[in-house]
Design a protein around this ligand. Structure first.
Ligand code: IPE
Ligand code: IPE
Ligand code: MG
Length: 246
């Protein structure tokens, strides 16, 4: 199936809502954390798959602002898992020429987690293949509010005039500064919602919801399938079909 993908029409930015870990575990009578632990293989598959093809950006919704409202036990387990996974994945990231980045309210993460993340980001900063962006303690509304504060400060300092704010200026104030907007958004676990993910950046993304796949079961062929579906969609951006150059 991979050979059917048109490499000249790849999504530049793929964003994934990795959902369904808890249900995956529950199905086999295990605790939710078991699902999170088994999600790492899927993260690796998605990352390697994107790197192999030449996708430029992959954003993974790893922990949302709202996820802080989960039971403490689950939050602690997730943070613990994060620390160990990031540490362990650096060699694989180097091998695949992947540069790690993070967006979100990173200050709110536990110290050891922040430290591992910063270190992995530093170690991979010269890689120039896929950019892997972890959305951690992230939400779309958080991003927009932070961008607004940044612009307000610039106005206060006199370096920006209110009338200068436009689509582009606002976009550059977001956590995804310099990163293309999302072309393809994949959600596993069957829920048809955005869950406060990249509200601005998803404006014209093609949505691909996987109804029958929970995140721990996600493998490269699922990624190929999602990209092939994307390539069969007509992205009109408000125009009519006849205006598009085929
Ligand atoms: C996604 O899986 C992982 C995170 C939100 C951290 P869930 O934990 O939401 O699993 P379900 O949706 O309850 O099955
Ligand atoms: C979205 O999944 C957040 C992440 C995948 C990190 P949730 O499981 O938190 O979303 P809701 O609560 O079903 O909307
Ligand atoms: Mg969920």
């Amino acid at each position: 199936m991979k050979e059917l993908i048109d490499l000249s029409n790849l999504p530049r930015h793929i964003a994934v809502i990795m959902d369904g870990n808890g249900r995956w575990a529950k199905k086999q009578g295990a605790a939710r954390v078991f699902g999170h632990r088994n999600a790492i293989k899927a993260v690796r598959e998605a990352t390697e798959g994107c790197a192999e093809l030449g996708v430029k950006y992959l954003t993974l919704y790893t922990f949302s602002t709202e996820n802080w409202n989960r039971p403490k036990l689950e939050i602690d387990a997730l943070m613990h898992l994060l620390v160990h996974t990031i540490r362990g994945e650096v060699p694989t990231l180097m091998e695949n020429n992947v540069r790690l980045m993070a967006i979100g309210s990173i200050d709110t993460l536990p110290g050891d987690c922040r430290q591992e993340l910063t270190e992995a980001i530093r170690l991979t900063e010269n890689n120039n293949g896929l950019n892997l962006i972890l959305a951690l303690s992230y939400s779309g509304k958080w991003d927009i509010v932070e961008a607004t504060k940044k612009l307000a400060r610039q106005i206060q300092e006199g370096t920006l005039q209110p009338d200068q704010i436009n689509d582009e200026v606002f976009g550059q104030a977001l956590a995804t500064e310099g990163i293309d907007e999302v072309d393809l958004m994949i959600r596993t676990g069957g829920d048809h919602r955005i869950s406060n993910f990249m509200l601005w950046q998803l404006a014209y993304a093609e949505l691909y919801i996987m109804n029958d796949v929970l995140w721990p079961d996600f493998r490269k062929p699922h990624l190929w399938e999602a990209i092939l579906t994307y390539q069969n969609r007509e992205r009109r951006f408000g125009k009519i079909s006849e205006q598009l150059v085929k």
